[in-house]
Design a protein around this ligand. Structure first.
Ligand code: FAD
Length: 414
């Protein structure tokens, strides 16, 4: 078969939801997913994997079990998208036609944006939670760290779930403290920003944590090189606009956790669907492509000015579904279209047993679901820890990847 009513590129968080919904709606063999990955990862759990609180297995299901049986799963990467002829060519040379295209290819860490990082990653000291290959090694390195200096870095540019670069720092510090090693290990968080966190509502809690727990915050500083052999990290110092001042700073490390900048999949970036930065150019409210009406986008691949998270993809799914359903029915109108408000969330794990659940939309508008129950979401909470570790993974596997409203489990969705 070389043509499908709905073709979905990428079967991750967003793509699996879309595929499941349209398989139910349209029936067997109408929907195809192109994705080379045999495994489906619940990536929010990588933070707990890196902290030694879950195994990688807990975060993984075979892709073949996640996608419904009626969906054709083509185990290859999309190599070329020709939106003018409504076709996609796969890396293994198949050419597929579509009536509607949903792009859900996520984004990828760009490890080689830091000199020496690809060589040093996984050497026992240089780690990153941003990949299923390396997340388990974070905990291995943490277990081995008896003394010295642990450094956690954030990059300039786009990052998938930027909060994950924080959480690993707070959770690692908590581990070292609980194991009596804290007096012997200095902990440093390095960020290109002027402050540790952008959102004013949540900033005081993070500032209190860094002060009370003696975590050094180094602002306006950006990792450019890792010298694995010498255990040295080289940083550019930045001015207020984020431009390098020409000064550099070298820090010795015994553990270095790197949050890498992220880029879109080359197939998207090189296609006519991309904006100037290579991201999928969709309308930020309707999620419909700005130039090709039969193309929609969901998740990290999109040009949306909000945090790239699974929670965002869950909210986007409901909008995309309504608008694509309406387009198929011939009734999609700009004024009555469903609109995405930029909702995203980040459960900041501040220590084992505590989470501060940040929820916001476009322009940093706070959109908290639990505050209507009288819960102060600007504080660390045990209840939010239960939401993060129990409720959200269950909602992800049972609802989101199956094409249902993942937020309905909370019965709190606005
Ligand atoms: P993905 O789920 O990444 O799926 C993309 C899919 O596209 C993959 O299966 C990939 O194989 C496939 N693909 C790539 N290129 C191609 C191609 N050329 N052709 C075909 N297929 C392709 N989110 C939260 O909500 N809360 C959290 O606490 C949280 N913590 C996180 C912690 C870490 C360490 C990480 C790494 C992520 C975290 N996230 C969190 C972010 C969340 O996992 C992502 O935002 C979400 O999975 C994005 O969904 P997606 O469908 O856009 O991309």
């Amino acid at each position: 078969k070389d043509g499908y009513k709905v073709l979905v590129l990428g079967g991750g968080s967003g793509g699996s939801a879309v595929a499941a919904h349209y398989c139910r709606k349209l029936g067997k063999d109408q929907v195809a997913v192109i994705d080379p990955s045999e495994q489906h990862y619940y990536q929010p759990m990588f933070t707990l994997v890196g902290g030694g609180l879950r195994s990688l297995q807990d975060a993984t299901q075979p892709e073949g079990q996640v996608l419904p049986q009626g969906v054709a799963w083509l185990r290859s990467a999309a190599a070329e998208i020709d939106a003018d002829s409504s076709t996609v060519t796969t890396a293994d040379g198949r050419r597929l036609r579509y009536e509607y295209l949903v792009v859900a290819t996520g984004c990828q860490p760009k490890w080689d944006s830091v000199r020496g990082l690809p060589e040093a990653l996984g050497d026992g000291r240089v780690v990153s939670n941003y990949s299923p290959k390396y997340a388990p090694l974070t905990f291995e390195a943490l277990k081995d760290l008896k003394q010295g200096h642990a450094i956690f870095t954030m990059p300039k540019g786009t990052v998938k779930c930027p909060g994950a670069g924080h959480k690993v720092c707070w959770l690692s510090e908590d581990y070292l403290r609980r194991h009596g090693r804290r007096p012997a290990v200095k902990v440093t968080y390095v960020t290109p920003s002027a402050r540790v966190l952008g959102l004013q509502r949540y900033l005081p809690t993070i500032e209190r944590i860094t002060q009370e727990r003696d975590i050094a915050v180094v602002p306006s500083t950006h990792l450019v090189e890792v010298c694995g052999r010498q255990q040295e990290a080289v940083f550019d110092c930045l001015d207020a606009s984020g431009t390098p001042t020409g000064q550099q700073r070298v820090m010795h490390y015994d553990l270095l956790h790197v949050t890498p900048p992220h880029v879109p999949a080359p197939a998207v970036a090189n296609s006519s669907l991309a904006d100037a930065g290579g991201w999928l150019a969709v309308d930020k409210e309707t999620l419909q492509h700005l130039r090709y009406p039969n193309v929609f986008g969901i998740g990290d691949c999109c040009s949306l000015p909000t945090g790239k998270t699974a929670a965002a993809a869950a909210a986007q799914f409901l909008v995309l579904r309504d608008n694509l359903d309406a387009l198929m029915a011939g009734s999609l109108q700009q004024d009555s279209a469903a609109k995405y408000d930029g909702y995203t969330s980040c459960p900041v794990v501040t220590r084992q047993g505590r989470v501060m659940l940040m929820e916001y939309g476009y322009d940093g508008v706070i959109m908290e679901m639990f505050s209507k129950l009288g819960i102060d979401q600007s504080q660390e909470q045990y209840l939010m820890w239960l939401v993060k570790t129990l409720v959200l993974p269950a909602a992800y596997w049972a609802l989101m990847t199956k094409g249902y409203d993942a937020r309905s489990i909370l019965q709190l969705a606005p």
